[in-house]
Design a protein around this ligand. Structure first.
Ligand code: AP5
Length: 216
C-alpha cells in the first residue's frame, strides 16, 4: 500500500504519519526530513536546498524527484510507503506515478489534512523536535513529559529555523499556489480523502486509520 499525505505546513502530516507507519508497517518518506538531513551532512543537495527552505520556497522539482527515486531504491520491492510532504507540484505527482508504475505499484489513496491558516501559526510556533529520533511535540497540544526533553531518548528538543512567522506566511502562500492543484489531480483519479485536521491528535488519527483500513 502507498499513501500520500497532503496538507499545509503544520497540518499534522508528520505527526499522523508516525502513528500510521507504526500501525500499517509503512515506510515514511518525508522530503522535508530528507532535505534537512542533507543540510546537516552538508551534501551538495543540502547546500542547494538550504536557501529555498530558509525562504519557505520549494526546492526545484528535478532535485526532489532524483532524491525520492534514490530513497525508494533503498527498500525492497514489497515495501509500502507513506509520502509525507511529497508530491508538492503536479510535475512531482506525475513523476511519482511514473516511478511507481515502473515497479508495478501505484498510489492507493491520498489524504488531505485540512487545517485553517489561523491554527497553523499557533501549531508551528509551538512545535519542538527531537534531534535524535525526529519525534515531534507541541508545547501546548502534545507536550513531552519533561519540558524540552524527548520522551523517547532524552534528546534536547529544538525549534525549526523555518518555523518563524515570516517564513510560515510564505510557506502557506506557496502551498496554496503550487500544492493545492494536486488535490484535484488525485480527486480526478478518485484517490482523494479529505480529513478535518482540527481536533485532538488521537481523534484525527482515528479517522485516518479508518480510511486506510478500508483501502488496505
Ligand atoms: P516540510 O518539512 O515538508 O514542512 P511542511 O510541509 O511545511 O510541513 P511541516 O513539517 O511543517 O508540518 P506537518 O504537517 O508535518 O505538521 P506536524 O505533524 O509537524 O518542508 C520544509 C521545506 O522543505 C519546504 O518549505 C520546502 O522548502 C522543502 N521541501 C520539502 N518537501 C519538498 C518537496 N516535495 N518539493 C519541494 N520542496 C520541498 O505538526 C505541526 C505541529 O502541530 C506539531 O507541533 C504537532 O505536535 C502539532 N499538531 C499536530 N496535529 C495537531 C492537532 N490535531 N492539534 C494540535 N496540534 C497538532
Amino acid at each position: 500500500m502507498n499513501i500520500v499525505f497532503l496538507g499545509p505546513p503544520g497540518a499534522g502530516k508528520g505527526t499522523q504519519a508516525q502513528y500510521l507507519c507504526n500501525d500499517f508497517r509503512l515506510q515514511q518518506l518525508s522530503t522535508g526530513d530528507i532535505l534537512r538531513l542533507n543540510i546537516k551532512q552538508k551534501t551538495d543537495l543540502g547546500k542547494t536546498a538550504e536557501d529555498y527552505i530558509a525562504k519557505g520556497e520549494l526546492v526545484p522539482d528535478n532535485l526532489i524527484i532524483d532524491m525520492i527515486r534514490s530513497e525508494i531504491a533503498k527498500y525492497s520491492r514489497d515495501q509500502g510507503f507513506l509520502f509525507d510532504g511529497f508530491p508538492r507540484t503536479i510535475s512531482q505527482a506525475e513523476a511519482l506515478d511514473s516511478l511507481l508504475d515502473d515497479m508495478n505499484k501505484k498510489i492507493d489513496i491520498s489524504i488531505e489534512l485540512k487545517v485553517p491558516d489561523e491554527n497553523i501559526i499557533d501549531r508551528l510556533s509551538g512545535r519542538r523536535i527531537c534531534p535524535i529520533c525526529g519525534a515531534t511535540y507541541h508545547i501546548k497540544y502534545n507536550p513531552p513529559k519533561v519540558e524540552g526533553v524527548c520522551d523517547i531518548d532524552g534528546g534536547e528538543l529544538y525549534q525549526r529555523k523555518d518555523d518563524n512567522p515570516e517564513t510560515i506566511k510564505n510557506r502557506l502562500e506557496v502551498y496554496k499556489n503550487q500544492t493545492v492543484p494536486i488535490v484535484n489531480y488525485y480527486k480526478k483519479y478518485n484517490k482523494l480523502e479529505q480529513v478535518n485536521g482540527v481536533g485532538e491528535l488521537h481523534n484525527v488519527y482515528r479517522i485516518i486509520n479508518e480510511i486506510v483500513s478500508k483501502v488496505n
